[in-house]
Structures are given as structure tokens and as C-alpha cells.
Ligand binder design. Structure first.
Ligand code: GDP
Ligand code: MG
Length: 633
């Protein structure tokens, strides 16, 4: 990749190629979009005193806070913008958000940046040595800097200093991880030449998130402090023969402590650096190969960043579109806020209640509701689920056909025949015995009917509650009121349904059907009473008689079951779907008709108001981003 020399006046072409992309991402980040999607950026990481700040200073030409311990205590976003005019004045500005309020102040000269950043850090992270993950943005505009945006993070500290929380090391690592694990972040890993590179935590952390080094750029610092004789090792790294990174390494030399104390300017340092590498016995070759020098590094970074941005744009667009749709949907689901004017408030309430009733009725009838149209909720399944419960009832009752239980019933019949034998001749069937057995067996059908009723009642409860939540979640008072009423009504109708089912069974107790229906059933049944496998019938007289009676009993149950599997669900539906819905409707209508009390229930709870405000903010952000991104294709 060709390096860009920032000391040369940048061609118009370069301006066109680089600036718009960096501007785009800066704009998106300024807009707060990094809260919603991940944005391409360059993040600087390194162990304490590795030379991060020195590197950033050299690239940006501004003096950053210096000192021992953790100097960078908040992520610092350094947005460098190259002025178009060669004689444009230097401009600096600090911005951050504290307690949801924007704070911003200008910095008048490069030398004051350090103090300004410290001031912002103290404001955000306190004056002790704590850290904070709130971002500070430093905008710098000058003719002498590259177009680049970098994020400086606290250095990886191994031991907590006095007054620092003991887990400060972990806190910092967590913060760094948060930034570098994003796939479109370029990691600038700063490592000094004079330590064993294998022991640096920065490179290890980078490797954890970017195993093949495809987005990690290595920076080797402090070549002048190298232990003589170890240059070969450093050259091996620079030539990517050891600790390989796909993007390779660049070596730079910054001002040492002495240089700073002597007041060496950054420009002077850069000139010195150039001649240092040019004439260095070991490093002049890598300098020629454009693997050395701050300017080379700055140029490479710009190019890398722009490349990353270009790659990310299609994904960003997609991401923003998806999130935009989701946010719109969330907002829509929350409904519009409560208007303050009395008239409008009234209208709002009636609409709110009407929409709920609408959905409730549709749900009870098995039609699609507004709420489930907006979001794939399961409440449209109410009818389907109720039907399933009815089907289970049908299956359970059919299974209870006397013949399909077990052989015991035959024995029962036989015993009953023997016990109740009066003066009649054999083979004349005793009807009272038959009726008694039918009645006894009928009682068993009460249980599945109750189970079904209970199931439907629970379904109605869960669906109506979910529906109320969907409509009224923003208004807790109203939500509770309506849910309370619904519950009361449901319990009442459950009782009524129970009574209806009792009545059905009381009628079944009569043991009746029209002759023609019974005869048809007997004909259908014929001699087809199929015994369960393994059942053996004894061919004695009572046995034959019992089998015949059982055949008639089964013929009767065929009719009775057919009746019950329809009537029980009809009774349940009448009360728990139709009548309950009607009662809820009139109760809710009553609430709408006497709005004084109901309006009080309409106060939106603070959580919802806040959530709505947040969603609206987010929507704005995403819409703006969508617009910004639309310019690129
Ligand atoms: P940071 O903690 O990673 O931000 O490290 P600094 O940039 O504050 O650097 C730590 C110390 O190393 C400072 O005293 C710098 O002046 C010094 N330093 C940085 N780079 C070089 C370099 O290339 N050569 C020399 N001699 N000293 C350097
Ligand atoms: Mg530093």
C-alpha cells in the first residue's frame, strides 16, 4: 500500500478521496450513531508508558496530557481535520456529554490541549484516579495534520496506584475490549522496542479479537532506547517475520522525556526523526521501505481507515435500515403520547379503548388484530388454541367409549344382569340395568369437560392480558383497571360456563335420544363392537346377553358423545368468548362514557415517557444517518 506523505500539500484528488469518508463517520458518530451500530474507527491501545500519547501527539501535532500513572482516563476521540488553506489558523474544541447535557469549550492553542483534556476528564471521571467510559471528543483543525480520527484509550495498567480501585486493571481491559472487539475497528497497537514484545498485553489483547492481525497495525516506539545488539530482533518484527500481523508494523521515534523538558517542538521532533531513520545503521532500510516514521504512519492510517469505511458502508446502510424499521415499529407500538389539551385527551382515550375493544372482539372471533398485524404476537392464535382444546376434548371423550376402555365393563354389566334378574325370562334385556350403567359411565365424562373449560379460561386470560398489555402498557393505571375488570368478568363467566356444563350433564342424565337416531346408531354399530386385543368373551348366556347390552350402550354413547363434544364447547364458547367479550366491551364503553375517572388513569408512567423519548431520539439519529449514508454508493 502506498504511503501518503502528509508533509506534502495533499492533492485535490486525495482530499476528495479521503475527507468525505472520514467526515461521514465523524458525522455519524457525532450524531450518536455508535450507540446503535458499530462505526469504523482507529483505536490506539498499549501498555502504560508504551508511547501511545507520544504517538498521537506526533500524528496530531497537539500536546496531550502527560504524567505518570493512568493519564488517559476516558476514551478520547481525536478528530483531525486538515485545513484546506495552508495559512488557516489552528482550531481546537472539546466536547462531551455529562448528565445528558452537551458540554463544549474551545481550546485556543495546541499547547493547551493537555490541560483542556484533563479538565474534561476530571469532570467525567472525577479528580481521583478512576476511569470512565464516557467519550471526550477533541476536534482539531490545522493545515499540518492528516485527515484522521483516532480514539485514545487508557493504558493497560498492571497494578493499581494509590487511591485507585483495585480492579482498575480489569476495568481498563473491559473498556478496551469494548472498543477493539468491533469488527470494523482498526487497532493501533503501540509497543516499545525496548521491551520483550511477547510480554506486552496490548498485542495479546489485539490478538484475542483479531487472530490473524488483519485489522491490527503494530507501532514500535522508542527505537533510541533499544538495547544495542537487539536491533536484529526489531528488524525481524518490522519485516513481519516474527509476531506477524497482516497489516505489518511501523517504527517511529518520538520525543523522549529530555526532549520535552528542553522544549523541543513536535515539528522539530519530526524533522529529527526523519534524519534519525535516514542515517540509522539498522533502520535506514526499513525507512526506505516506508515502514518507519510518524508521517508514514499517519498516511497509512488515513488510507486504512478510509478503506475500512468504504468496506463498511454497505453493511452500515443495511444495519441502519433494519434498525430504523425496528425503531419505527417500537414507537408505533407505544402509540403516540397523550395529548395535553382536554378535548384531544378525551379523543385519545376513546381511541385507545376503541382499538382495544376492536382487537378483543377480533381475537374472540378469530380474526386478525391490529396488534398482531404490527408485531407477530401469538394472540391471533387464541382461536386456534381454543379449537385445539376442543379437539382434545373430542379425542378424550371418544376414547371413553365404553368398549374401548377395557373388559371390566362387560363384567360389570354381567354382574348387574345377574344381580337384578327378576321374574323375566332370559334374553329379555333389562332396561333399568342398561340405563343405570349408562348413567354411571356418563359421570366420567364430566372430568374432560371441566379440564377443557379450565384450559379455555386460562387461554382467554393469557390472551386478553397480553392484549391489554400491548394496548395499555404505557398507562399503568388504565392497564391495571382494565385487567382487574377483565379478570372479574372472566371469573364470573367461567362460573356460568361451569353451570351450563352442569346443565348439559343433567340433561344427559335423562338418557334420551330420538328413536330414529338411536336405531341408526345401532345399525351403524351392527356387530362391530371391536374388543381390545387380548380380551376374551365367555360364551355363556349372561356373557352373550352382556355383550348385546354393551353393543346397545355403545350405540347410545356414540350419540351422546357426538352431542357432548359439540355442546360442551358451545357452552364454553358462549360464556367465555361471546358473553365475556360483550361484557368487557360494555364495561370499557362505560369507562369511555364517564371519562372523568378514566382520564386520571391515563397518566403515562415515567418509564414509558422516557422510553418514548429515547426511541424518538433514536429514530431521529437513524433517519439522519440514513440520509448521510444515502450519498455514498
Ligand atoms: P503512554 O503512557 O503510552 O501514553 O506513553 P507516553 O507517550 O506518555 O510515553 C511514555 C514516556 O516515554 C514519555 O516520557 C515519553 O517522552 C517517552 N517516549 C515516548 N516515545 C519515545 C521515543 O520514541 N523515544 C524516547 N526516548 N522516549 C519516548
Ligand atoms: Mg498516555
Amino acid at each position: 500500500m502506498a504511503a501518503v506523505d502528509c508533509s506534502l500539500p495533499l492533492s485535490v484528488n486525495y482530499q476528495e478521496k479521503v475527507r468525505p469518508f472520514i467526515d461521514l463517520v465523524d458525522e455519524l458518530r457525532a450524531n450518536g450513531l455508535d450507540r446503535d451500530v458499530s462505526l469504523p474507527s482507529v483505536v490506539v491501545i498499549g501498555d502504560q508508558s508504551a508511547g501511545k500519547s507520544s504517538t498521537l501527539e506526533a500524528i496530531s501535532g497537539v500536546q496531550l496530557p502527560r504524567g505518570s500513572g493512568i493519564v488517559t482516563r476516558c476514551p478520547l476521540e481525536l478528530r483531525l481535520k486538515k485545513s484546506q488553506k495552508k495559512d488557516a489558523p489552528w482550531k481546537g474544541c472539546i466536547r462531551y456529554v455529562k448528565n445528558k447535557k452537551d458540554v463544549r469549550f474551545d481550546v485556543d492553542e495546541p499547547g493547551n490541549v493537555g490541560d483542556a483534556v484533563k479538565k474534561a476528564q476530571n469532570d467525567l471521571a472525577g479528580t481521583t484516579n478512576g476511569i470512565s467510559d464516557s467519550l471526550i471528543t477533541l476536534d482539531v483543525e490545522s493545515p499540518d495534520i492528516p485527515d484522521l480520527t483516532l480514539i485514545d484509550l487508557p493504558g493497560i495498567a498492571r497494578i493499581a496506584a494509590e487511591g485507585q480501585p483495585t480492579d482498575i486493571g480489569q476495568q481498563i481491559k473491559d473498556l478496551i475490549s469494548k472498543y477493539i472487539q468491533k469488527k470494523d475497528t482498526i487497532i493501533l497497537a503501540v509497543v516499545p522496542c525496548n521491551v520483550d514484545i511477547a510480554t506486552t498485553e496490548a498485542l495479546q489483547m489485539a490478538q484475542e479479537v483479531d487472530a490473524d492481525g488483519s485489522r491490527t497495525l503494530g507501532v514500535l516506539t522508542k527505537p533510541d532506547l533499544i538495547d544495542p545488539g537487539t536491533e536484529r530482533g526489531v528488524l525481524q518484527i518490522l519485516n513481519n517475520e516474527k509476531y506477524k500481523l497482516r497489516k505489518g508494523y511501523t517504527i517511529i521515534k518520538c520525543r523522549g522525556q529530555m526532549d520535552i523538558e528542553k522544549g523541543m517542538s513536535l515539528e522539530e521532533a519530526m524533522d529529527k526523526e526523519q534524519s534519525y531513520f535516514k542515517s540509522h545503521e539498522h533502520f535506514k532500510s526499513v525507512y526506505k521501505e516506508k515502514k518507519a516514521g510518524v508521517r508514514t504512519l499517519a498516511g497509512r492510517l488515513s488510507t486504512e481507515l478510509v478503506g475500512q469505511i468504504k468496506n463498511s458502508i454497505p453493511f452500515l446502510k443495511e444495519d441502519v435500515k433494519t434498525k430504523l424499521a425496528a425503531t419505527r415499529q417500537d414507537l408505533q407500538l407505544m402509540g403516540i403520547g397523550v395529548p395535553q389539551e382536554p378535548d384531544k385527551k378525551m379523543l385519545f382515550l376513546t381511541d385507545l379503548l376503541r382499538h382495544f375493544i376492536d382487537d378483543l372482539q377480533k381475537t374472540a372471533k378469530g380474526e386478525l388484530t391490529r396488534v398482531c398485524l404490527k408485531r407477530k404476537r401469538t394472540n391471533k392464535r387464541l382461536f386456534g388454541d381454543v379449537r385445539d382444546a376442543f379437539k382434545r376434548l373430542e379425542r378424550a371423550m371418544n376414547k371413553m367409549m365404553p368398549v374401548s376402555t377395557d373388559g371390566s365393563i362387560l363384567q360389570e354389566i354381567k354382574n348387574a344382569i345377574v344381580e337384578n334378574r327378576g321374574r323375566e325370562l332370559p334374553r329379555f334385556m333389562c332396561y333399568p340395568v342398561c340405563e343405570a350403567i349408562i348413567r354411571e359411565h356418563l359421570q366420567k365424562f364430566r372430568e374432560p369437560a371441566s379440564v377443557c373449560l379450565q384450559e379455555v379460561s386460562e387461554l382467554v386470560e393469557s390472551v386478553s392480558t397480553a392484549l391489554a398489555t400491548a394496548h395499555f402498557q404505557a398507562f399503568q393505571g388504565l392497564d391495571w383497571e382494565i385487567k382487574g375488570k377483565m379478570n372479574e368478568l372472566r371469573m364470573m363467566h367461567e362460573k356460568k360456563a361451569e353451570e351450563s356444563v352442569d346443565q348439559i350433564f343433567a340433561m344427559e342424565h335423562l338418557v334420551f335420544t330420538q328413536d330414529s337416531i338411536f336405531i341408526r346408531s345401532v345399525t351403524e354399530m351392527g356387530d362391530k363392537v371391536v374388543w381390545p386385543i387380548g380380551h376374551v368373551t365367555k360364551q355363556d348366556d349372561e356373557g352373550k346377553e352382556a355383550e348385546k347390552m354393551l353393543m346397545y350402550i355403545c350405540s347410545y354413547f356414540k350419540v351422546a358423545i357426538r352431542r357432548m363434544v359439540d355442546q360442551v364447547p358451545m357452552a364454553i364458547s358462549l360464556h367465555l368468548l361471546k358473553n365475556l367479550t360483550e361484557d368487557i366491551t360494555s364495561q370499557v364503553n362505560l369507562m369511555a362514557a364517564y371519562p372523568d375517572k378514566t382520564l386520571q388513569l391515563l397518566e403515562e408512567d415515567p418509564d414509558s415517557a422516557e422510553r418514548r423519548a429515547m426511541l424518538e431520539e433514536k429514530l431521529k439519529r437513524l433517519m439522519k444517518a440514513n440520509q448521510d449514508l444515502a450519498r455514498f454508493n
